[in-house]
Design a protein around this ligand. Sequence first.
Ligand code: 13P
Ligand code: SF4
Length: 300
Amino acid sequence: MLYEDDIDAILRLKRDRNAVILAHNYQTPEIFHGVADIVGDSLALARKAAEVDADVIVLAGVHFMAETAKLLNPDKTVLIPDLAAGCSLADSITPADIALLREAHPGVPVVTYVNTSAAVKAASDICCTSGNARQVVESLGVPRVLMLPDEYLAKNVARETDVELIAWHGRCEVHELFTAADVRELRDSWPGVTILAHPECPPDVVAEADFSGSTAVMSDYVGQQKPARVVLLTECSMSDNVAVDHPDVEFVRPCNLCPHMKRISLSNIRAALELNQHEVTIDPAIVEPARRAVQRMLDV
Ligand code: 13P
Ligand code: SF4
């Protein structure tokens, strides 16, 4: 079989190296179902990374997720199979941008999405994910918050809270491609379809969808509500992974690929374990403030 050699080798290497593989919901099924020990959304991966007891964590996901794992479990060796697995949101903002925003909005706390570099996290007060953004914002007990860098996530959360959210102009290159016209066309073409949209989608898409939530929340929705026909407006591998557990649900599949997530493969996971590459390190000068921002989120 196509993937058998790599899967066998990875399972053996995990045992030999006392390693675990954490995989995001956007990883391809052969990774997600074939070799991962822990799967989930960004929030679940952060929580689980902190609890890992093994010596080595391989992060099958993008670079900010590996940095978060290293921040929360600094004594472990954290490997990312491809260092170029980035994120358009993480690339959209720098610590210098945050410094300017703080000057323009004195005293307003900074909430940053986990889809940011460790340096940006270090410049923030607290992090959030798409699974807890509203809770985090409201936990601060203030009337105004800088919510960075995802403009659409901020606008989608703003509809659910009385807190005034000041946004940045970052976008997820995968989710920004969905349009409200797509939603209408789906309803016309697929009668009775239930439409779930990730909160990184434009606000008019989320408004016209039936439900919105993080990748884990979307997956739970399918498991609990068991819609006869569903579309997940998010990255393509989500439907592939969720469909494996729900053969009775029809998945309609217009979706967009994340080129960063797709840099991870069985062969570079195998190479990561064989060659101990690429080890994630964080500038010691920013470790403490970055860790504090993530830990504060986990404590909410
Ligand atoms: P969640 O899995 O936290 O919903 O995030 C989606 C995402 O785009 C991660 O890169
Ligand atoms: Fe970043 Fe979007 Fe890819 Fe997630 S799907 S890693 S937010 S570019």
